[in-house]
Design a protein around this ligand. Structure first.
Ligand code: FPP
Length: 233
């Protein structure tokens, strides 16, 4: 959800106003994703690196997150949306963690859509934590390193049990993944738009999905194999 700061600067506003506008876009985007029938929507709201931003900006973001969670619980339940958190929840301030845990628990039974909020999230950190757990199991004698499979790594990630992303949309025009779902994004289609996150509208979302629908996903096969669905062997 990049571009909040630039959106504010273009209007002569402080950066935090861009984040406030961005929080309104979060509300709208979740509604649109649910209407579209998406199974999973993941929003990269706060990275492990974002802790290095000025304290006032970090405080504002934490405050917006808390307000969002408090105000959205009923709407998430009405829309049958389950909230999950990717990242190190323990690093969040206690009051934010408390309301986050409450929303996660209250929405745990929802089946219409999963909304992942990536908070204090970094893909390298997630992978390190996964490796530490697998290494511990080896040390405990439960398995040996050669037993480790793709599937076992996936099951140790914060997204365990969820499908890999099909489409990654980056607003704000930067052409990089910025430590986001590096393992899970192996075969994701990437869509980059110059639109700043606060301006990311329903129309812009549909355009991204439409663009995705035009692509041929080959997963390492030839174009012919992919279009005929022939086996790889
Ligand atoms: C990156 O844009 C955006 C963030 C670090 C924060 C994203 C947060 C929100 C959209 C609002 C709060 C979240 C929720 C879930 C309610 P940037 O500020 O780095 O943009 P810039 O590159 O233009 O400076």
């Amino acid at each position: 959800m990049d571009g909040n700061g630039r959106w504010a600067r273009e209007r002569g506003l402080p950066r935090v106003m861009g984040h406030k506008a961005g929080a309104r876009t979060v509300q709208k985007t979740v509604r649109v994703a649910r209407e579209m029938g998406l199974a999973v929507l993941t929003l990269y709201a706060f990275s492990t690196e974002n802790w290095h931003r000025p304290l006032q900006e970090v405080d504002t973001l934490m405050g917006l997150l808390k307000t969002y969670l408090q105000s959205e619980l009923d709407k998430l339940l009405q829309q049958d949306i389950r909230l999950c958190c990717l990242g190190e929840m323990s690093k969040l301030p206690g009051d934010v963690r408390e309301v986050l845990e409450k929303v996660i628990t209250r929405t745990a039974g929802a089946r219409g859509m999963t909304l992942n909020l990536a908070l204090s999230y970094g893909s390298r950190n997630e992978l390190v934590r996964a490796m530490q757990r697998l290494a511990s199991r080896c040390v405990a004698g439960e398995m040996v390193p050669l037993d480790i499979t793709d599937e076992m790594v996936s099951q140790q990630l914060d997204t365990a049990g969820q499908p890999d992303p099909d489409l990654i949309i980056r607003t704000g025009g930067e052409c990089r993944l910025s430590n986001f779902l590096l393992w899970q994004a192996s075969y994701a289609e990437i869509y980059i738009t110059e639109t700043m996150w606060p301006d990311f509208s329903k129309k812009a979302f549909y355009e991204a999905v439409h663009n995705f629908q035009q692509r041929q996903r080959r997963f390492g096969r030839t174009g012919e194999q992919a279009s005929t669905g022939l086996p790889t062997t």
